[in-house]
Design a protein around this ligand. Structure first.
Ligand code: FAD
Length: 333
């Protein structure tokens, strides 16, 4: 991550936890707002297995690692820091926070922006994890164009299986629905699949069949091989927020997994803690996560402006004038 110039200081106005699209765009906004800001990042973004980011205008097809490297450089270009490290606890300390890392380092913050994304809990079928992000996929908007007109399978499971199957029909006329261990189809669902020419294969799936580093089909438990070029699965989407327990911020159930609720500005129930990206919006793509990070950052800056003003007014009434740090003083620029 090239963070040799990013020596962690004792204190920042804002600590951003997670350096994916949401965290980096949030930090960019905060650095440009002349806030002292650090991004603490474990370096494991959700789309790391994918070759390219799709559906993002202006950066269509860029490798995920390159996009994030540009983002880190942009944050640093305005005086923000991006530091490698994994946060394992955030505790309240007076009117701020102490953020603790797994390596024992700690850092204080007036506000915290959570942007740690989610974990895709994949179906426990041999081959799915190994092919994930390549020819085993989940999101037609991310990969649909790349597998257009190919033989696509859908491994049923989870509440979105029917939706995902019908959606993929938009990209290919050759779709097979593998019932696997899912609840039986209703009559209405079976009719919809039949009407769209989608074949249904009953029985349990044993594994993904791979030859020469390429998916060639789905191996059934009874030994049959159903040739396929790509398979769509429905992972359980679980927000990565275990380190927030001490603040009372816990994920809540969602039909597709678990997420942390927030208001429209990204504010959580814990005062001073904002959240953006997949950790609060399981369906956010890169553009949506980045936009949410930027929006939350603007709210955090406004909140700090209000607090700075309240402090200044209190001091003013005591006879002081122009108290509090000027723009950029808190970070020495
Ligand atoms: C295979 C695949 C392909 C995809 N393709 C596309 C695509 O083509 N186009 C698109 O728009 N979207 C795509 N997506 C979705 C995309 O990955 C997400 O929209 C995006 O990553 C969400 O950004 P985020 O910032 O919320 O989280 P992430 O990008 O996951 O970033 C979170 C960051 O926080 C860090 N982190 C987590 N926990 C901690 C901690 N405790 N301490 C410090 N750091 C921590 C992680 O290491 C990571 O770097 C794809 C997803 C997958 C799974």
């Amino acid at each position: 991550m090239n963070d040799q110039n990013d020596q962690l200081l004792d204190e920042y106005e804002v600590v951003v936890i997670g350096g994916g699209a949401a965290g980096l765009n949030g930090a960019l906004m905060l650095a440009r707002a002349r806030r002292s800001v650090v991004v603490l990042d474990a370096g494991d973004p959700r789309n790391a297995p994918a070759d390219a980011v799709h559906g993002l205008f202006g950066r269509e097809g860029m490798p995920p690692a390159e996009l994030l490297e540009r983002g880190r450089a942009e944050v640093r270009g305005y005086g923000g820091q991006v530091v490698s490290g994994e946060v394992d606890e955030v505790t309240r300390d007076g009117d701020g926070f102490v953020v603790g890392l797994t390596d024992g380092r700690t850092v204080r913050a007036r506000r915290v922006l959570i942007a740690t994304g989610l974990v895709d809990e994949l179906p426990d079928v041999p081959g799915v994890r190994e092919r994930w992000g390549r020819d085993v996929l989940h999101c037609p908007y991310c990969h649909g164009w790349e597998v257009r007109d190919q033989a696509i399978g859908v491994l049923a499971g989870g509440p979105m299986a029917m939706h995902r199957t019908l959606l993929l029909r938009q990209w290919s006329a050759d779709i097979t629905y593998f019932a696997h261990t899912a609840e039986p189809l209703t009559d209405e669902e079976a009719e919809q699949l039949a009407a769209r020419g989608i074949r249904v294969v009953d029985g349990e799936v044993a594994s993904m069949e791979v030859v020469d580093d390429r998916l060639v089909g789905v191996r059934m438990a009874d030994g049959r091989l159903v040739p396929r070029d790509a398979v769509a699965v429905g992972p359980r989407l679980v927000a990565r927020v275990g380190f927030l327990k001490a603040l009372g911020v816990e994920p809540v159930p969602h039909p597709a997994g678990e997420y942390v609720p927030s208001d429209a500005t990204g504010r959580t129930d814990a005062p001073g803690v904002w959240i953006a990206g997949n950790a609060t919006d399981l369906s956010a793509q890169v553009g949506g996560a980045a936009a949410a990070g930027a929006f939350a950052a603007a709210q955090i800056n406004a909140d700090l402006v209000n607090e700075d003003t309240e402090r200044a007014v209190a001091a003013y009434r005591e006879g002081a004038v122009g108290v509090g740090p000027g723009p950029g003083e808190a970070r020495g620029v």
